[in-house]
Write a protein that binds this ligand. Structure first.
Ligand code: SF4
Length: 345
């Protein structure tokens, strides 16, 4: 079983309570099974008795995890509790035990997968996975002419749901198009897409041949530092919500905040614990589709953490932006915040 690759995590987490307060699902479900310890206990039983993998409650416990990796980040030994869940999901799929809703989601992503390359011959390629205005915002901020790659998914969603073969096939097609474009740098505003290309693809044997993969925040921060981009100035107070994929998977914490501060924003700390994830299930990719009730509970918790209902939020995660905006919360993407002029704020 693939979970055997993370036996050290099962051994360590099954007797440890230390990070239970950082599990995004556990904080709203109040179930022991929704903490790293609970999941490790479940997987310890499965490790000893593999047919128990078919238990629907155990399968549900694996898919309810947000994979925020806040526990891994703040664990003193950085035990890879999120990686353990990914391996468990991989086992579930390999044994044809995936819930119907999960299989149907992956099937739908595959059916809609039709990557489209637009433009040619530019150094920078913008990869966009959401129907948002990022390309125009990027052009506005940098003045650069770019080529674009539109995809509905980079393979990240099938991967986190345990469908690794499908994820790798999508990765191969996307990589071929990126290489065909002749670009030297790929920039994306999606932390999930960034993490897929930067970390997952190389693990799947993809060699970028010198192409740099960048999240828009680090790319823009460098242009600002070099004096090549001038930001509009604001004097508003905002709360920046970290993306799980930026902070907990890639240690990108400083650059988004630096950009906001260079643009004149005063940053206020959100919530009561800076180690917690407030990204509302971002790293699970489709949490709102699979477990809408859990996301509602996370939203209630988020609202309770706000100082006031009028607080203005900024996030680098298109997923978190969509969930917060859908709940009527005043929220901007990082790029929207950088482009906002005082008259519009
Ligand atoms: S991730 Fe670390 S802190 Fe959390 S349960 Fe495992 S060993 Fe304990």
């Amino acid at each position: 079983m693939h979970i055997q690759t993370h036996s050290d995590v099962i051994d360590a987490c099954r007797f440890c309570f230390m990070c239970r307060h950082l599990d995004t699902t556990g904080n709203v479900s109040f179930r022991e099974a929704d903490t790293p310890r609970g999941r490790a206990l479940v997987l310890d039983r499965i490790r000893m008795n593999p047919q128990q993998l078919a238990n629907p409650d155990f399968i549900n416990a694996m898919y309810q995890s947000t994979l925020s990796a806040a526990c891994r980040k703040h664990c003193v030994s950085h035990y890879d509790e999120a990686g353990l869940v990914l391996q468990a999901r991989h086992d579930i799929v390999e044994q044809n035990l995936a819930p119907d809703a999960v299989s149907q989601l992956v099937q739908s992503i595959e059916q809609q997968f039709a990557p489209k390359l637009i433009g040619e011959g530019q150094d920078v390629l913008i990869l966009s996975t959401h129907e948002d205005a990022f390309e125009h915002q990027f052009l506005h901020l940098t003045g650069k002419t770019v080529q674009m790659l539109h995809v509905n998914d980079t393979g990240k969603t099938p991967f986190v749901l345990g469908f690794w073969d499908q994820a790798k096939q999508m990765a191969q097609q996307i990589t071929s198009l990126i290489k065909k474009s002749g670009c030297m740098t790929v920039v994306t505003n999606s932390p999930a897409a960034f993490d897929a290309l930067k970390n997952d693809y190389p693990k799947w044997g993809i060699d970028w041949d010198g192409i740099t993969i960048e999240h828009s925040s680090t790319y823009l921060a460098r242009l600002v530092d070099a004096g090549k981009v001038t930001l509009s100035t604001n004097d508003q107070s905002v709360y920046y919500i970290d993306s799980d994929y930026l902070r907990n998977y890639n240690d990108i914490v400083t650059e988004p905040r630096q950009l906001l501060e260079q643009s004149g924003y005063q940053l206020k700390p959100f919530g009561t614990n800076p180690e917690e994830s407030y990204a509302l299930g971002e790293a699970a990719m489709v949490m709102d589709q699979l477990y809408p009730r859990l996301v509602e509970l996370m939203l209630d918790r988020f609202k309770n953490m706000m100082d006031q209902a009028m607080d203005r939020i900024v996030t680098a995660s298109p997923y978190t932006l969509r969930i917060l905006r859908g709940a009527g919360i005043d929220v901007m993407s990082l790029e929207e915040a950088l482009l906002a002029s005082p008259a519009n704020v």
